[in-house]
Design a protein around this ligand. Structure first.
Ligand code: SF4
Length: 456
């Protein structure tokens, strides 16, 4: 199997694909415009960020206590709570629930956790039919692709791309407008919603004091997914816990302002039980799957615990100069961009994924935009340190860095050889900046040597 680091370098050639870059930059520019408006909701956004960061830090430090409180209150509400140590356990538990309900068709609202545990692939292999109902997720599912971005799964596709895709898969008119395509998807999904056995959602927040699952969305597909089917399964990472319903007015607007640039998202729901006796609609059974997948290990880390504050707003991806050039798929991970580069080595191993932390300019744009003030660029640097300390770099990389360190320590060392020798050395590693870029030739003498010669 090819090394993921080689795949990364290979895939990063996409940075030179103009069409890809144009689509990505166009979609991010629309996001930037919206965020500027969304921020107007705040008189002092920094203060809101400070509060959110402080609270999330307190939560991560007391994760077990808040989760137990959630479990106790959720069970009182007649919600079944399942703890899953890893993806395998989570999938096995979900399949048990599906079998008990004699289910076949599932409607799913957007959930990165379901991507993390590869739920669709696992369910399809076991004979179930999962259908994505978020428009962006539906598009990538139809295309046979993975989400490209943690919040905007089809960000890499232009409206023309989607029209072409639907024409090919569903024979819709070739030049359909976004409105026509949306109306078409709506029609397809209505049938799925009303005939599905199970509704699967993620959770934006788990609210400990009321034992409920908070969802924020724009399309209403989350609510539809839990309104018709007889069973609702919410899958969530354990870090999504917040102490109280009173914290939602802090987190919901922060998520919408930085995530989509809205002052408030269209549908904000708190689901606190399956259908009650006096209620006409809703699922008969509700199950919450709490996934660890090494999160407790991250919580124990001296510095990296901060990564568990993440709200998955996607702002750091949109701000990142690397993401804006290479896009989501190059990372070969579910969580891409700066936050993905920080957490993926912890979720899936440093051996395979530490290279992601090196693909950063460390400019700090990600840390600046983060609504919970995660010092992402610092954590990327710490990942590099961890990687180097464990001698993960290749022999040529480690030797090269040692020579570099020695040469740049003193001007005298650099001046030991003239420009001809330096240029000859650089030619031995022609692709030092990648195949698409070249270093300018080094001058025959350094500036200080030249100065000395001319001022003798
Ligand atoms: S790290 Fe911060 S900016 Fe990035 S997705 Fe998470 S909350 Fe948003």
């Amino acid at each position: 199997m090819a090394d993921l680091k080689d795949i990364f370098l290979d895939d990063s050639k996409i940075a030179f694909d103009k069409k890809h870059r144009q689509t990505l930059n166009f979609n991010i520019s629309k996001y930037d415009e919206a965020v500027a408006k969304g921020k107007l909701r705040y008189r002092n956004m920094n203060l809101a960020k400070e509060r959110a960061s402080y609270l999330k830090g307190k939560i991560v430090a007391n994760l077990a206590a808040y989760l137990e409180e959630f479990e106790k209150n959720a069970q009182k509400n007649n919600i079944e709570v399942i703890w899953a140590r890893d993806s395998k356990e989570a999938v096995a538990e979900i399949i048990k629930v599906l079998k008990a309900a004699e289910a076949k068709l599932l409607v799913k609202s957007k959930s990165m956790i379901s991507e993390e545990i590869e739920l669709n692939e696992n369910l399809e292999q076991s004979g179930f039919e999962p259908v994505e109902t978020d428009l962006g997720e539906f598009i990538v599912q139809v295309a046979g692709e993975k989400p490209y971005h943690i919040l905007t799964p089809a960000m890499h596709k232009s409206k023309e791309d989607v029209a072409g895709l639907f024409h090919e898969k569903f024979s819709t008119p070739e030049n359909s407008t976004p409105e026509e395509l949306t109306a078409f998807v709506r029609q397809v999904l209505r049938k799925k919603f009303t005939s599905a056995d199970i509704g699967v959602t993620g959770s934006n927040f788990l609210v400990a004091d009321v034992g409920g699952v908070a969802l924020t969305e724009n399309e209403g597909n989350g609510l539809m997914s839990i309104s018709f089917p007889k069973v609702h399964i919410a899958i969530t990472g354990i870090e999504k816990i917040i102490p109280s319903i009173h914290d939602l007015p802090l987190f919901f607007p922060l998520l919408s302002a930085l995530g989509t640039g809205q002052q408030v998202t269209v549908y904000n729901s708190l689901i606190t039980s399956p259908k009650r006796k006096n209620e006409a609609g809703g699922p008969e059974k509700m199950v919450v799957v709490l996934l660890d997948n090494n999160r407790t290990e991250i919580a124990r880390q001296e510095e990296h615990y901060e990564a568990l504050k993440c709200l998955r707003c996607g702002a750091c991806l949109n701000a990142c100069p690397i993401y804006k050039n290479i896009g989501g798929y190059t990372y070969n991970t579910i969580y891409s961009g700066p936050i993905g580069s920080v957490i993926t080595p912890f979720l899936k191993g440093f051996d395979a994924y530490d290279h992601l932390s090196f693909a950063s300019t460390l400019c700090g744009a990600c840390s600046d935009v983060c609504p919970v003030k995660i010092p992402l660029h610092k954590l990327l640097l710490l990942n590099r340190k961890k990687s180097i300390e464990q001698h993960r770099g290749s022999f040529s990389w480690n030797t090269g860095m040692k020579v570099y360190q020695w040469a740049f320590k003193k001007r005298k060392n650099l001046d030991l050889v003239n420009g001809n020798v330096k240029n000859a050395l650089l030619k031995t590693n022609k692709n030092i900046l990648g195949k698409e870029k070249e270093l300018p030739p080094v001058a025959h003498h350094s500036f200080s040597t030249e100065w000395k010669i001319n001022n003798k």
